[in-house]
Ligand binder design. Structure first.
Ligand code: ASP
Length: 413
């Protein structure tokens, strides 16, 4: 059985085992199983996190220096930004459109949530401008601090500078450039080893998720959950594949086959950062994206491109407004979209990160931050699907960018 099939089986088995454990609540067997699952999933996530910073760092340095050397950096950079803006905008339009179409939250009794909201600690105000200035301040810092704190964005920025400098220095820095290249290859080798553990890790993560999440609260928010999940899936199964087909000339089946390992891992971990090593490997080895493109686009996209999160935040803001009986004007809805873009840019790729930045989206149009208490109980479950779409978007963009960048090289050649 190849790794892809093992992962798929493991995911199904994990869900089934989770429901099985749910059937025997509070028994010693469940307790022991949960302990075991906890250890297994921590090993898997821990290994991925261990590789994350050195991998992001080396892959961007190597990617940028190779792109620069080939004279493609400007082009790749522009196409990446264009693709990311396009897909995020489409996701936002979908999120807002579907929330309107299904009138999510209208007619639901807000009293149902009053207790949750009162017991929820209201966070400090998080305005887009303070958020943006924090975002900037946190990126230009001592790189060693960034490495040790796992500050992905700051690592990305430093790696970009270093990559450009290595090329500017030319032959003088050839030794350092080659060393980075080799270091990156070693990291990818380690990713390959960790991938072998993916079936076990995914089994444990999914079983644990089913047991520890309170699935019954889903029914209280069933309509909203169904609309958001359905719309996110539509974006992932229709919009993105269509763009990929038109602009990347790759058929969806080939894409999903190649991307499967990363997508299932994204679902199980709800973390695009933890999934990044696998996205990179799948893009390079299964989707045929050249290493220099994948090495630049995937780590950057992991941090900055989050269609699923943007879609979710826009739809959720409308849901909360409807729940409170408020009609958001067109201008307010545009503000929601713009802030959702900033929020998705700034959200780190970790579980429920979108919930934190959601506060900013709510506050931007005067909705109470406490209202996230309504969404929190189901967030971990909705996060699974939106993380898959976040990761899918990054991989898809890497294919499109690579296709266009390599064509330009062929044209020039
Ligand atoms: N969990 C998401 C991710 O890692 C971020 C979010 O909470 O929306 O991509």
């Amino acid at each position: 059985m190849n790794l892809n099939t093992q992962i798929l089986f493991a995911a199904i088995l994990g869900v089934v085992f989770g429901f099985l454990l749910n059937a025997f609540p509070e028994t010693a067997f469940v307790e022991h199983s949960l302990y075991g699952l906890g250890i297994l999933s921590s090993i898997f996530i821990g290994l991925l996190k261990m590789l994350l910073i050195p991998l992001i760092f080396s892959s961007i340095v190597v990617g940028v220096s190779n792109l620069q050397a080939g004279g493609q950096f400007g082009r790749v950079w522009k196409i990446t930004a264009l693709c990311s803006i396009t897909t995020t905008t489409l996701a936002l339009i979908l999120g807002i459109g579907c929330a309107h179409l299904f009138d999510v939250g209208k007619g639901v009794d807000i009293q149902l949530f009053q207790a949750d909201m009162q017991s929820h600690q209201s966070p400090d105000t998080l305005t887009p401008s303070s958020f943006l200035s924090n975002f900037v301040q946190n990126t230009l810092i001592n790189p060693f601090k960034a490495f040790s704190e796992g500050n992905v964005l700051a690592v990305v920025v430093f790696a970009l500078f270093l990559g450009v400098a290595l090329v500017q220095g030319g032959e003088r820095f050839a030794l350092v450039r080659n060393s980075f290249q080799q270091f990156f290859e070693i990291m990818m080798m380690l990713v390959g080893w960790v991938m072998k553990l993916a079936p076990i890790g995914i089994f444990a993560l999914l079983a644990k998720l089913i047991v520890t999440e309170d699935l019954s609260v889903l029914s209280r928010l069933a309509e909203f959950a169904a609309v958001v999940t359905g719309t996110t899936i539509f974006h992932g199964l229709v919009v993105l594949p269509l763009l990929l087909w038109v602009f990347g000339r790759m058929d969806p089946i080939t894409f999903f086959r190649g991307a499967r390992t990363a997508l299932v891992t994204a679902f199980a971990t709800s973390s695009s950062s933890a999934t990044m090593p696998l996205s990179l490997k799948c893009a390079q080895e299964n989707l045929g994206v050249r290493p220099q493109t994948a090495g630049f686009v995937i780590p950057l996209g992991t941090q900055l491109n989050m269609d699923g999160t943007a879609l979710y935040e826009a739809a959720a803001a409308l849901f909360i407004a409807n729940l409170m009986g408020l009609d958001l004007s067109i201008t307010q809805q545009i503000i929601v979209c713009l802030v959702a873009i900033i929020a998705s840019l700034g959200a780190p790729g970790i579980p429920s990160a979108g919930m934190v930045t959601m506060i900013m989206v709510l506050q931007s149009v005067g909705l109470p931050a406490e209202a996230i208490a309504i969404l929190l109980p189901i967030d971990r479950l909705l996060d699974t699907v939106r993380t898959v779409v976040n990761v899918q978007g990054d991989m898809m963009i890497s294919v499109v960018v690579d296709r266009h960048a390599s064509e330009s090289t062929t044209d020039q050649g």
